[in-house]
Design a binder for this molecule. Structure first.
Ligand code: ATP
Length: 237
């Protein structure tokens, strides 16, 4: 069966310096996949390469279509939404205006309003704070807003870069529970980049581990969790 995303031999470079050296990845519909690795392993670059935001080579098939040469804007329209590290919220705009920006490529305004309510149902705190400037929201609320904004695109695949970064463990738990619910209700797939391997492996069905731009291990999350090297180097056991 065709996977939602199928990546073969993905390479990426910054100013001629290659940092990804031929990754093969596969993401099924309605699955959560995590990409693990140490600082500088190439996780963020992988997400950028999938959206063609960096100089890249290799084949990226989304729903069977080769998207590797398409501009980022087209890739977004096809249904891949990227929540970058640092979240990228517009701090001077209200929470609701940020959500509105998330739907800028859509013309179906009535549906957009329904989707906004859908986002508020997942993140009731955003509804309470919808008039508040995004810059004054807590870190957790800003992460929720960044995810909510991506959901406004009705993506089939959500690329999440370090959503746990800088957040208290309870807030991370809350956000990850909501991600689980979103996958269940929307049938959406998620590619989750995390340094916090323990929580990522709890949420994900499948995991890939990269080191210096190369894939070193992959498997069902339960299996990866039991791997000795992973336990020592990434789970601190
Ligand atoms: P982290 O968790 O620290 O973000 P990462 O696994 O996401 O790490 P990347 O940010 O993808 O790693 O970085 C992979 C390699 O590419 C690193 O050697 C990094 O120094 C380099 N790199 C990342 N961004 C740039 C850039 N804009 N210009 C030049 N080199 C970069």
């Amino acid at each position: 069966m065709t996977a939602l995303l199928e990546v073969n031999n993905l390479c990426a470079s910054y100013r001629g310096n290659r940092v990804l050296h031929g990754l093969d990845l596969r993401i099924e519909t309605a699955s959560i996949v995590t990409l693990l690795g140490a600082n500088g392993a190439g996780k963020t670059t992988t997400l950028r390469a999938l959206c063609h935001m960096v100089d890249s080579a290799g084949e990226v098939r989304f729903n069977g279509e080769n998207i590797s040469r398409l501009p980022t804007e087209k890739i977004v329209r096809l249904g891949i939404a990227h929540v970058p590290d640092g979240r990228g919220t517009f701090t001077g705009l209200s929470a609701e205006e940020n959500l509105q920006l998330g739907s800028y490529v859509r013309k179906d305004k009535a549906e957009v309003a329904l989707d906004r309510e859908r986002v508020y149902a997942y993140f009731p705190r955003l509804k309470e704070r919808r008039k508040q400037q995004a810059g004054t929201l807590s870190g957790g609320e800003q992460q929720m807003l960044a995810i909510g904004r991506a959901l406004m695109l009705r993506p089939k695949l959500l690329l999440l870069d370090e959503p746990s970064f800088g957040l208290a463990p309870l807030v991370v738990q809350e956000i990850f529970e909501i991600m689980r619910l979103i996958r269940e209700k929307e049938g959406m797939s998620i590619l989750l980049v995390e340094q916090n391997a323990a929580i990522a492996l709890e949420l994900a069905d499948y995991a890939y581990l990269i080191e210096t731009g190369r894939l070193v291990l992959s498997g069902e999350s339960g299996e990866v969790k039991r791997n000795d090297a992973v336990r020592r180097s990434y789970l601190g056991e």
